[in-house]
Design a protein around this ligand. Structure first.
Ligand SMILES: [Fe+2]
Length: 419
């Protein structure tokens, strides 16, 4: 009996110690700055300039590390290309989890359609070698990946979707994330998890992301401009004033890509005329784009799949998009995969030469919406409740093919438009 009591006492003390330790460690973890790294992390490829001749590379360190550089060389079989070093610009970013430095180097003067190797250097440390490739001069054949909302409780789901898609499409030129990358856009710990999940992909192919409403969500139920998005993703600065780096366009081969910001409800209080500014900018951008294909990317859909519509987004953007005949508009926010009939002025028209097809891109993270529904304008509708999904878009001169896959690679839908 006495022995039993002693065992119980010891057990009680053991549980108490474990409990205290767990609470202490959790407290330390939650207050610890997650950006305290002295080696390059979160290596990101994007384009801020011409995709044929430039490459922007970004990485993060702790706030004390200043002197970053990138070393790059052309990959030629049997020959080590000349190694060139380029110093990075450094910016200290303040987040809810502490300060960190973002290092950015934009390499210029590259050869089109060429593969390069590179590594990141900070004093005393080099990163693993990785690769990038410049866009071809014009035309030709290429593929890119599109991911709907990746926001999650933890980012293992996003990791699996991204890595499965990349492994099945190693020839992809880049990927697009359609916004709501994370659940709370002003919480650095979620970005840390999102970027950790991209390791192995994002240092080898560029990501050209779109802003979603969750990028504006800050702790304590506040709304903010998506500064952790714009501080971490270096994107073309050719958008309207007040929205540079989050509204932009770029070209790849014979395709013109336009990324808009549909967060009027969230960001309108900071940039009151953001819809009007974007409408003027979009009109000018599409009017002057001479590429064969024009693709637009928005987080909230002009033709959506929630029971309620997005009238501001539809009346604001659709008339301009359809006037200049963007071929496709990729959308997100409703977490379903769907595509409309070709639409013009609110009506389904007989073929894609007469209208624009709106493509809802699904979800790459863990969040689902059982309330999303097929609407009268939908030619195809699928709600990925059981498994996340992703898209490939292949452009081959006059043919553009969209394929929707389940996370495990199973086929959901495949269709093409021909010019
Ligand atoms: Fe959203």
């Amino acid at each position: 009996m006495l022995i039993k009591k002693k065992v119980l006492n010891n057990l009680f003390v053991f549980i108490l110690i474990v409990g205290v330790l767990t609470v202490s460690l959790a407290t330390i973890a939650s207050t610890m700055p997650v950006a305290a790294k002295d080696v390059p992390s979160h290596i990101i490829l994007t384009w801020t300039g011409d995709a044929r001749t430039t490459q922007t590379i970004t990485w993060q360190t702790d706030a004390n590390t200043q002197d970053g550089q990138v070393q790059y060389w052309e990959v030629r079989p049997g020959h080590l290309g000349e190694q060139i070093n380029l110093a990075a610009q450094v910016k200290t970013v303040v987040s809810n989890k502490g300060e960190f430095n973002v290092h950015t180097a934009t390499i210029t003067g590259l050869k089109p359609g060429t593969r390069y190797a590179y590594r990141i250097g900070i004093p005393g440390t080099w990163s693993q070698q990785a690769h990038f490739a410049t866009a071809p001069v014009t035309g030709g054949e290429f593929k890119f990946l599109v991911f709907g909302d990746s926001q999650s409780i933890n980012y293992d789901t996003w990791r699996t979707t991204l890595h499965n898609a990349y492994q099945a499409n190693l020839d992809t030129a880049f990927f697009i994330n359609m916004g709501d990358l994370i659940d709370m856009g002003q919480d650095y710990s979620q970005w840390d998890a999102w970027f950790n999940a991209t390791q192995g992909v994002l240092e080898n192919i560029p990501c050209m992301p779109v802003v979603g409403n969750h990028e504006t969500y800050a702790p304590e139920r506040r709304l903010a401009m998506p500064t952790l998005f714009t501080d971490q993703f270096k994107l073309p600065m050719n958008g309207p004033e007040g929205l540079k780096g989050q509204v932009y366009s770029f070209n790849y081969a014979d395709v013109h890509f336009v990324m808009l910001d549909t967060q009027i409800d969230e960001e309108g209080r900071f940039v009151p005329d953001m819809l009007e500014k974007q409408k003027h900018w979009l009109e000018e951008d599409l009017a002057t784009a001479g590429e064969k294909w024009k693709l637009v990317f928005v987080h909230k859909a002009p033709y959506n799949n929630k029971p309620n519509g997005n009238p501001t987004i539809r009346t604001g953007f659709a008339p301009i998009i359809e006037k200049y005949h963007a071929d496709l508009v990729f959308t997100a926010h409703d977490h379903v995969y769907a595509h409309t009939y070709p639409m013009y002025n609110g009506m389904a028209v007989e073929n894609p030469t007469k209208g624009t097809i709106y493509v809802a891109t699904g979800r790459s993270g863990s969040k689902t919406y059982s309330t999303s529904i097929a609407k009268e304008w939908d030619d195809f509708f699928y709600n990925p409740l059981d498994e996340p999904n992703y898209l490939t878009v292949e452009v081959n001169d006059n043919i553009l093919t969209v394929t929707a896959y389940r996370q495990n690679g199973g086929l959901i839908d495949k269709w093409s438009i021909v010019k």
